[in-house]
Design a protein around this ligand. Structure first.
Ligand code: NCD
Length: 306
């Protein structure tokens, strides 16, 4: 039986999702035992740039006592033409039991998980999924609102290229929240209505009644051609400033997965507003959520080998 992986949010049942959040809260209040994953070799394989995700995974792994291996995949044999299957076999043979992977190709995490006998945790694959980000967003929402049911969440900006948006749409909808997406037609995926979300192209109309405004970066590195006129023009229509935020509920909260492009999708005054912005809180949840995910998956591993 292959070990359990977290490739997207639907790899966990709603009950398991709540259990992961509970465990993350417990780990945030009191650090877990240092030996939770003692002796388990965990490999961080980041083919794409990352600041908060890579750092918080590494810290989470260290805090649960794993044997952490981080290496730049540019130096790996994949670049020499080795197949993913052979790489997976080699890594397992060396002793690696968990791989945390980020890759620019959608579906890469699944391909690796299909070939690897240990656990794979998807730290972002192309435009497809970023489950631990969605989990830490959920943890932030639970802390702020104490519920998900009936919450109105507006996700704004470059939905087309955002794995954060996709994982959040799935997760929040599964938890009973009502999700809308707002952006220019060029940045809204054609399949959006099929995902069960409402689509808006006008920011003020889309923000009406929203409890949460989740802003996204323009992911230029994923755009084949220019899909927005200019940063200034984009900000005028879709950049979140105090005036546009006034269209949402009076106490609506602002989120952003980072990295932020201030002045492009969000105004500094809103991003740094200590009352309305929970962007700092999101970052703070990252280590605890990732410790809880590693713990949950590795328990399955221990059970499997027993
Ligand atoms: C996001 C990502 O890499 O998908 N960042 C993150 O992990 N917090 C969002 C982005 O790149 O804009």
């Amino acid at each position: 039986m292959p070990a359990r992986s977290l490739l997207d949010v639907d790899d966990l049942s709603p009950a398991e999702l709540v259990a992961v959040l509970d465990r993350a809260v417990a780990f945030r209040n009191a650090l877990p035992p240092r030996d939770l994953l003692a002796g388990v070799p965990v490999l961080n394989l980041f083919f794409e740039a990352s600041t908060r995700t890579a750092t918080s995974f590494t810290l989470a792994e260290q805090r649960v006592g794993a044997d952490v291996i981080s290496f730049a995949p540019g130096a790996s044999s994949l670049g020499k033409g080795e197949t993913i299957a052979d790489t997976a076999l080699t890594l397992y043979g060396i002793g690696v039991r968990v791989i945390v992977v980020r890759h620019q190709e959608s579906g890469f995490a699944r391909r690796l998980a299909d070939a690897f006998e240990g656990h794979v945790v998807n730290a972002g694959d192309g435009t497809h999924a970023h489950p631990t980000q969605a989990l830490l967003d959920l943890m932030t929402l639970r802390q702020e609102f104490g519920r998900f049911d009936g919450l109105r969440v507006a996700i704004v900006g470059d939905i087309l290229h955002s794995r954060v948006a996709r994982s959040n749409i799935h997760l929040l909808s599964a938890m009973g929240s009502r999700v809308r997406v707002i952006g220019p037609p060029t940045l809204i995926p054609a399949e959006a209505p099929k995902l069960g979300v409402e689509v808006f192209h006008d920011m003020r109309a889309g923000l009406q009644g929203a409890d949460i405004v989740m802003m996204l970066r323009l992911q230029k590195e994923r755009m084949q051609k220019s899909l927005v006129p200019s940063a200034r023009e984009y900000f005028r229509f879709y950049g979140l400033d105090a005036a546009k935020l006034a269209a949402a509920k009076p106490d609506a909260l602002v989120m952003h997965p980072g990295p932020m492009n201030r002045g492009v999708e969000i105004d500094s005054a809103v991003a740094d507003d200590p009352v309305r912005s929970v962007i700092k809180e999101q970052v703070e949840m990252g280590v605890a959520v990732r410790m809880a995910v590693l713990d949950t998956l590795s328990r399955t591993y221990r059970r499997n080998v027993a």
